[in-house]
Design a protein around this ligand. Structure first.
Ligand code: SF4
Ligand code: SF4
Length: 366
């Protein structure tokens, strides 16, 4: 291992708030642990004060707050509570904070649409493709697939001039049907989406796991489909590809592609167990940064054992990476994946290397 000449500054500008793990769905690859714990109003009030004070002290111009669950729209009263609290501290007209909700898209009513519009909340919906593909893994508690409900709700959102973005989990059911998946999104009126690889977070997810070669084939088919659509005058955006292209140009605003990734450095997660973690994919005791009620200012977290470890990790470079021609572009891969692969933070993930090298080679040829 040798030192890399770079040090990232602890400067979180993305805050994920997981109010509870309540959900009306039971997706096969869900990574949220079932629990009844939820953030109390006291904790939400404290989170709002911590974020507001951080924005002021660091003179931040743009901060993002994302609400994740479970299904966050089941906790809409608490989301409203925190937005109201933040607006009362930070002048609403300053527009420093951008709010986003990642929802399963099944409970979007007319009233919720008005509420989203008024607060200019960005909406991300999870959908894995057409009915047969999506419903194989994404089911409601009664066992029915979510597709029909989500399809109707996307229509309602688009009619209300809200453009939802889609997050798709590429897994065993859809990795070789990406053209079909994208064409389905176009039919639904979706023009922007992100294709993420499944992480083997539990035994069900492991059954749907894909190889790096399969994810590469999926991403290649996505690029080919986007080009075909562009030739027909249809402009669509696949966010993972755009992030990789920005990375090749030497800049990326994608948290996961920064070097090292933004977990705990650019992003903090306020979790429903009332503790702070570096990433919503790493909710583990050994990565707990602090209990929310013990923090009086976010700057204190910089000295925590977890943050010091994450920042220092960016200064180390393994023998494999030192001799790798892709090292200038590569961030060493996703920490959450390494943890699942039982690797140390500074070890490489062969899954990541294989996909990254193939995909970069391909992008450089188009
Ligand atoms: S592709 Fe693998 S070996 Fe190469 S720099 Fe990235 S993590 Fe290191
Ligand atoms: S741990 Fe993985 S998912 Fe989390 S920020 Fe890093 S790369 Fe992204």
């Amino acid at each position: 291992m040798r030192e890399r000449k770079m040090r990232r500054e602890f400067l979180p500008k993305l805050f994920i708030i997981k109010i509870s793990n309540k959900c009306n769905m039971r997706c096969a690859y869900c990574y949220s642990k079932r629990s009844n714990k939820e953030l109390s109003e006291g904790a939400l009030e404290h989170i709002a004060e911590l974020i507001a004070s951080w924005i002021r002290k660091r003179k931040l111009k743009k901060v993002k707050i994302g609400f994740l669950g479970g299904e966050p729209l089941l906790d809409r009263d608490k989301i409203e509570f925190i937005i109201t609290k933040l607006n009362s501290i930070i002048n609403k007209n300053e527009k420093v904070i951008e709010y986003a909700i990642q929802t399963n898209g099944t409970i979007i009513t007319k009233e919720i649409i008005e509420w989203i519009k008024e607060r200019k909340i960005k909406i991300g919906i999870s959908l894995d493709g057409p009915k047969e593909i999506n419903d194989a893994a994404r089911k409601l508690v009664d066992g029915e697939g979510s597709y029909e409900l989500v399809r109707k709700n996307i229509r309602k959102l688009i009619e209300a001039e809200i453009e939802p973005k889609i997050i798709t989990v590429i897994n065993k059911n859809n990795w070789n049907k990406v053209r079909e998946v994208i064409n389905n999104f176009i039919e639904l009126g979706i023009m922007e989406f992100r294709l993420n690889p499944i992480l083997p977070v539990n035994s069900e997810a492991k059954k749907l796991e894909i190889t790096p070669e399969q994810y590469y084939q999926a991403m290649k088919e996505a690029v080919e489909t986007l080009i075909e659509l562009r030739m027909k005058g249809i402009k669509t955006i696949e966010r993972t590809m755009l992030s990789y292209i920005s990375m090749l140009k030497g800049k990326t605003n994608n948290i996961c592609l920064r070097k090292p990734c933004g977990a705990g450095i650019d992003m903090l997660v306020f979790n429903n167990d009332e503790a702070v973690y570096p990433c919503d994919m790493i909710i583990r005791e050994e990565f707990r940064i602090a209990w929310i009620n013990e923090i009086s200012d976010l700057s204190e977290l910089e000295r925590s054992r977890t943050i010091v470890k994450l920042v220092n990790n960016g200064e180390k470079i393994s023998e494999e990476c030192r001799n790798c021609i892709y090292a200038a572009y590569c961030n060493g891969g996703c920490l959450a994946r390494k943890i699942l692969e039982k690797k140390e933070m500074d070890e490489i993930s062969e899954w990541h290397c294989e996909f990254m090298q193939k995909y970069i080679n391909y992008l450089l040829t188009i």
